[in-house]
Design a protein around this ligand. Structure first.
Ligand SMILES: Cc1ncc(COP(=O)(O)O)c(C=O)c1O
Length: 382
C-alpha cells in the first residue's frame, strides 16, 4: 500500500539513535539541547523548546500566552483537532474563520470582516492560530498588521511547514508571530517518531514554555524562594506537564534535520511533476502565493465541483491500485464535539465545500517514478 506520506530513514539516523541507546541518558541528556540549538540556527530564531508532539507544543503555546477560561481563540475549520483542542483545554472558547477558496488557508478577507464585527461586539480573539495547510504559508505580514490593530497574538501551527519559506524567511523564525509550533510525526517532513517543537523570539515566553514542559518545576538557583537544602533541589511554581522529548527522539530528528533541504527539494520536485502532468479539468490545486515556498507536506487535489459519488469513487479507484489517499481535513465544526457546543452545518461554506472535494495524494521522499506516473494516470483518466 502506498501511503499519502511516510518517513525516510537513513543509516546515519539509525546510528544516531543507536548511540543514544548505548549511552547513559535516554532522556534529559545532551541530545535535546543539541537539537534545540541546531533547529534555532536553521530557522534563525532565538529560542526553541522541543517537546513530545505537535499537539503538546500547541498546548504549551496557549498556556504560555496565558490563555484562560472565557478567552477567545480563532482558527480555521479545515485543520487537525489539535489546533482547536489546545484552546479548549485551557478553558477558552473556539471560533472559526473560513478559508480562502484558492489557497485553502485562512481567508484574510473573512478575517478582516470578522474582526470588524467582533470589535463592535467586544468579542475579539486573544489568539489566532494560523495553520499553514499542506506546508503552504499564510499571508503572514498582512495578518500580522491586523494583529497589531486588533491586539491579538498569533500562534503559527506549522505542523506541516518546517522548511517552508515566506518572503525569504523560514517558517518558524516568528518574524510575523509570537510563537510557532512544529510536529515531527512520521508523516511530516522530518521525524522524531512522535515529537514537536515550539519556537519564539520572546525570552519570557520561552522560559514559560520550558517551565510548563517540566511540570512547572525549575532548578534555577537565583529564582528559588527557599534555601536549597539538598544537591538536586528544585521548586514547583506552576502546574504543567511532562511534555519532554526523549534523547532517543532528539537524536533521530537532529539527524533528520541535516537532510531538511534535501527533503524539501524532493517533495517540491514531485509536486512540480503533479502540477505539470495532471491535466484533468475536474480537478484543481492549492494556489501558491508568489512570495512563499511550500514544504509540500501534503499534495492536495480538489474536485472543482461537489459530487459526493465521484468523491467516494476516487478513493475506491486509488484503493484498488493499492494507493492510500486521505482527506486533510474534514471541517472541525462538522464533528459531533463541535456540533454539541453549538456549531452548525452551513456556517463555514468554503471549508465545507473543501471537506467534500479535497484529497491528499502520495508525496514523500522515495516515491518512485512508476508510482508517480500511476497516480497521474489515475487522475487524468478519471
Ligand atoms: C495542522 C496540525 N496541527 C497539529 C497537529 C498535531 O501534531 P502531532 O500529531 O505531532 O501531535 C497535526 C498533526 O497531524 C496537524 O496536522
Amino acid at each position: 500500500m502506498i501511503p499519502f506520506s511516510r518517513q525516510k530513514i537513513f543509516d546515519d539516523d539509525i546510528k544516531a539513535v543507536t548511540k543514544v541507546l548505548r549511552s547513559n541518558y535516554l532522556t534529559k541528556g545532551k541530545k535535546v539541547p543539541e537539537f534545540e540549538k541546531n533547529l534555532g540556527k536553521k530557522l534563525n530564531v532565538k529560542y526553541v523548546i522541543a517537546c513530545n508532539s505537535g499537539s503538546s507544543a500547541l498546548l504549551l503555546a496557549c498556556r504560555a500566552l496565558d490563555l484562560k477560561k472565557n478567552d477567545i481563540v480563532w482558527t480555521v475549520p479545515n485543520t487537525y483537532a489539535a489546533s482547536a483542542n489546545c484552546a479548549i483545554e485551557c478553558g477558552a472558547k473556539v471560533d472559526f474563520v473560513d478559508i480562502d477558496p484558492k489557497t485553502w488557508n485562512i481567508s484574510v478577507k473573512e478575517l478582516k470582516n470578522k474582526l470588524q464585527k467582533s470589535k463592535l461586539k467586544k468579542k475579539l480573539p486573544k489568539i489566532l492560530i494560523l495553520v499553514h495547510l499542506a506546508g503552504m504559508p499564510n499571508q503572514l505580514d498582512e495578518i500580522y498588521q491586523l494583529s497589531k490593530k486588533y491586539k491579538f497574538k498569533i500562534i503559527e501551527d506549522a505542523s506541516h511547514a518546517i522548511g517552508a519559506h515566506y518572503k525569504n524567511n523560514p517558517i518558524g523564525n516568528c518574524k510575523w508571530s509570537n510563537i510557532t509550533v512544529f510536529s515531527f510525526h512520521p508523516v511530516k517532513i522530518i521525524t522524531s517518531g512522535e515529537g514537536g517543537a515550539v519556537t519564539t523570539n520572546d525570552k519570557k515566553l520561552a522560559d514559560k514554555v520550558k517551565l510548563l514542559r517540566e511540570n512547572g518545576i525549575h532548578s534555577i538557583k537565583k529564582k528559588f524562594k527557599s534555601q536549597p537544602y539538598y544537591p538536586n533541589y528544585y521548586e514547583q511554581v506552576e502546574t504543567g506537564f511532562n511534555f519532554r522529548m526523549s534523547d532517543i527522539s532528539a537524536a533521530l530528528v537532529n539527524s533528520q534535520l541535516k537532510k531538511l533541504d534535501f527533503f524539501i527539494n524532493q517533495r517540491n520536485e514531485i509536486a512540480k511533476k503533479y502540477l505539470k502532468k495532471i491535466n484533468n479539468s475536474k480537478f484543481c490545486f492549492q494556489e501558491n502565493i508568489k512570495t512563499a515556498k511550500s514544504s509540500y507536506h501534503l499534495f492536495i487535489v480538489k474536485l472543482v465541483n461537489v459530487n459526493i459519488d465521484q468523491y467516494s469513487k476516487i478513493y475506491k479507484i486509488f484503493k484498488k491500485n493499492d494507493i492510500f489517499i486521505n482527506l486533510h481535513y474534514k471541517a472541525l465544526h462538522l464533528n459531533p464535539f463541535f456540533k454539541k457546543i453549538g456549531f452548525k452545518k452551513g456556517q463555514f461554506p468554503i471549508s465545507e465545500n473543501y471537506s467534500y472535494t479535497a484529497f491528499s495524494i502520495p508525496i514523500f521522499v522515495g516515491l518512485n517514478e512508476k508510482n508517480i506516473k500511476k497516480i497521474i494516470n489515475i487522475l487524468n483518466n478519471f
